[in-house]
Design a protein around this ligand. Structure first.
Ligand code: XMP
Length: 510
């Protein structure tokens, strides 16, 4: 990309991704880089600004995360946040000390006139979370904000365009936090604000065209937002040179596979091959009840189908993947325990004969992917679609999976989704779906005894699916959903609502 960039150097703070997102939301492209990135690489990239994040360290610790003080001499504007501010003070010869008590939470703060605080009320509120503090600013720097307990809540060397703030402008509790970041970007860095969906689409289409030339591209579409947007972007760039494959494993929601075909093949004119693989998936799943075994079978079968279909297509030059930025950061910088073996199309590269992967969304957060989707003209139906797991309804049926149960679940789930949308709850709820349990209980319908399945409704609010809370759906909506399902769907005579958060529960039931 040739747009202006702000590099956020990661010193391990908990809000680091948030800083990158805020910068991008303000229209400036930003990336999170490890603190240990060589200065040379930073110079080559020539960012318009650099941000040092907060972090759990103290600058006094022998193994504290640090950068070379040369970074202060590059002539590039810098904003240090919390630990990042202490680090600037430390590197530039100021004095950092450890307080006897931690300062935590909302604090009153007074800002002095500074390009960083332009158009912001001087008596204000900020969010603090620190024990160390800057006791003396380095030569050439001056204090530009203070709180009762922290006399140097912000400092600056305006000539060098280097700023440090002890508080966290990126969190919503800092009243004018976003304005401070905006001032840093536009007053201090003099950024142009060229990070827009339209610019992204134009420049990505050009890049893809240049890379692909007249060669062949293959994309596995799942019906999910990421693969849909990635495919559309590549289609815009190279048209019919792209072939998309959609494996219908029979575990999709009601009408889902048909919708993908309607939108992308019939509507946009894409070269889309739909593979009906319901029978082979169901026969392999027959009698299997263990959740992890189900997941493994579905994942393996996916790869097998692609392998066979890939052989028919023959050699392709490029394989498109819908990888997005959080996947990149997570695989590059951290580690997490495997609670469930998530399966996407990750195993594809090993079975398709191709030369290179194209990941057009690699730099984007989910909300940016959605904006790009709209920019490409995709409908709300596709772009705002809730996340759906690769193994599909296979992990929303407790116990063994059969066609009969899938059909029951599909109908019930469709009613739940219809009612959520009709009541305009779809934007505030992250994910909402039905789960068919393997429990049966006694009911009465008309004058008849019934002995049927219990269906569970799951709806959660979340930001990133790492943690979640159960959604407080209004009772009248739940009541209507319940009435409709027991009346319209056979074999269900009891409905329960899942009121557990994550943790301790997970979002999906298996
Ligand atoms: P859990 O159930 O672990 O789910 O709380 C967190 C989020 O991930 C989705 N999920 C999956 N997504 N492949 C996916 O692409 C999977 O195998 C998978 N399993 C769970 C889940 O729907 C929720 O959004």
């Amino acid at each position: 990309m040739n747009q202006q960039t702000v590099i956020v150097l990661d010193f391990g703070g908990q809000y680091n991704q948030l800083i990158v997102r805020r910068i991008r939301d303000l229209g400036v492209y930003s990336e999170l880089w490890p603190y240990s990135t060589p200065i040379e690489k930073i110079k080559e990239t020539a960012p318009v600004g650099i941000i040092f994040t907060g972090g759990p360290n103290s600058v006094f610790e022998a193994n504290s995360l640090a950068v070379s003080s040369q970074i202060l001499e590059l002539g590039i504007p810098i904003l240090g946040i919390c630990y990042g501010a202490q680090l600037i003070a430390h590197l530039a010869g100021g004095k950092v000390q450890t307080a006897s008590a931690r300062e935590y939470g909302k604090q009153s703060i007074t800002y002095s006139p500074s390009p960083l605080f332009e158009n912001i009320p001087s008596d204000n509120v900020c969010w603090m979370s620190h024990t160390d503090y800057v006791a003396e600013v380095p030569a050439g720097y001056k204090v530009i904000a203070s709180t009762k307990t922290c006399p140097c809540a912000a400092f600056a060397n305006a000539d060098k365009k280097i700023y440090g703030v002890q508080f966290h402008p990126e969190v919503v509790h800092t009243a004018n936090g976003l304005d401070i970041l905006k001032n840093f970007l536009f007053n201090v860095c003099e950024a142009k604000g060229d990070w827009t969906p339209a610019n992204f689409v134009n420049s990505m289409v050009e890049q893809i065209r240049a890379k692909v030339g007249d060669k062949k591209v293959l994309c596995a579409m799942s019906g999910g937002v990421d693969s849909a947007v990635a495919a559309t972007l590549v289609y815009k760039a190279v048209g019919k040179q792209l072939t998309c494959m959609l494996v219908d494993h029979g575990l999709m929601r009601k009408n889902e596979a048909d919708q993908v075909v309607r939108v992308f093949r019939d509507g946009l004119g894409m070269n889309l091959i739909k593979i009906d693989a319901e029978e082979r998936f169901l026969s392999r799943l027959k009698g299997v009840t263990d959740p992890e075994t189900k997941r493994k079978i579905i994942g393996e079968e996916f790869i097998r189908v692609f392998e066979e279909e890939g052989r028919k297509i023959g050699k392709v030059n490029f394989l498109v993947q819908g990888t997005i930025y959080p996947d990149v950061i997570e695989s590059g910088f951290g580690d997490s325990a495997v609670i469930k073996s998530h399966h996407n199309v990750g195993g594809l590269p090993s079975v398709i004969d191709f030369d290179e992967i194209i990941e057009p969304l690699r730099d984007l957060f989910k909300d940016e992917v959605r904006r790009v989707g709209f920019e490409l003209g995709l409908s709300k139906e596709i772009v705002m679609r809730q996340p759906f797991p690769g193994p599909g309804l296979g992990i929303r049926i407790i116990g063994d999976v059969t066609k009969e149960k899938l059909d029951i679940l599909r109908e019930a789930d469709a009613i739940f989704r219809e009612e959520i949308a009709a009541n305009h709850l779809d934007e505030e709820i992250w994910q909402y779906f039905a789960v068919l349990t393997d429990m049966r209980s006694v009911g009465v319908m008309g004058d008849m005894r019934t002995y049927d399945y219990t269906l569970a409704l799951r709806a959660v609010t979340s930001i990133d699916a790492m943690t979640a809370d159960w959604a407080r759906i209004p009772y009248p909506v739940l009541e209507r959903v319940s009435n409709r399902i027991v009346n319209e769907v056979r074999s269900i005579n009891r409905i329960v609502y899942d009121i557990t958060s994550k943790p301790p529960a997970t979002i999906e039931w298996e």
